[in-house]
Write a protein that binds this ligand. Structure first.
Ligand SMILES: Cc1cc2nc3c(=O)[nH]c(=O)nc-3n(C[C@H](O)[C@H](O)[C@H](O)COP(=O)(O)OP(=O)(O)OC[C@H]3O[C@@H](n4cnc5c(N)ncnc54)[C@H](O)[C@@H]3O)c2cc1C
Length: 191
């Protein structure tokens, strides 16, 4: 409770834990990180900011002053799934996705971001996926190909890879919710 109430988005990004949720979501949403030091201001894309385990692009004497999340276009729906052994733990693997729909409310593609399966969050884009069945068939394998999990005390590399597939499929399914395939997407104000 204390961490949830007192932790900051900037602190989590600067901390750069490869399994943390906020860095993952920042990569998914193309956040821009504004930093400041005596030599001036920089704007760094989230995927360029998170360099590796506990390693960010922050230089000596530089702090995060602002994080900008672009408003997603209308017709995007989001899903998120993670696996951890105890409630509130860091995820072993987490997947977040944004599925895009066109003006006729047909699913036209997806971005998937994976945490806990590489030295930093990984993002992949699947363009032209034409519906939930196609996406659910393609996305887990595409995510697994992009992932590069290592073994540690929490899980083997093989188990993490398996979780990448399962969490990706769950996150993608969430985007469709209980609604029928290719149902109305939420507009940007709901995002
Ligand atoms: C028991 C426990 C469980 C946790 N579980 C999770 C979890 O499940 N998922 C998850 O994502 N995280 C988890 N965390 C991590 C926690 O969310 C992060 O440590 C927190 O978000 C960091 O935010 P903070 O603002 O407290 O930063 P701090 O802890 O104060 O700082 C973290 C680092 O970032 C630097 N820093 C902070 N702010 C800035 C800034 N503006 N500019 C530059 N550098 C800065 C600090 O110097 C420090 O090196 C857990 C932590 C604990 C202790």
């Amino acid at each position: 409770m204390a961490i949830r109430n007192r932790g900051t988005i900037g602190g989590s990004l600067a901390h750069a834990d490869p399994a943390a949720e906020l860095p993952l979501v920042s990569v998914l949403l193309d956040a821009k990180i504004i930093t400041r030091s005596r030599s001036g201001e920089r704007t760094i894309a989230a995927r360029d900011f998170l360099l590796g385990p506990m390693t960010s692009a922050l230089g000596a004497g530089e702090i995060i002053t602002e994080i900008r999340f672009p408003i997603p276009p209308g017709g995007v729906r989001f899903g998120f799934a993670e696996m951890c052994r105890r409630r509130g733990d860091f995820a072993i693997v987490a997947a977040a996705c944004a599925v895009s729909f066109d003006a006729r409310r047909r699913c036209i593609g997806a971005r998937i971001a994976i945490g806990g399966a590489g030295s930093a969050p990984i993002a992949i884009d699947l363009d032209g996926a034409e519906g939930p069945d196609s996406l659910i068939a393609q996305a887990p394998e595409a995510a697994a190909r992009a992932a590069d999990p290592a073994a540690d005390i929490h899980a083997s590399a093989d188990f993490r890879l398996r979780l990448v597939r399962v969490m990706t499929a769950r996150a993608i399914r969430q985007c469709f919710g209980d609604a029928p395939p290719d149902a109305p997407a939420r507009d940007a104000n709901d995002a």
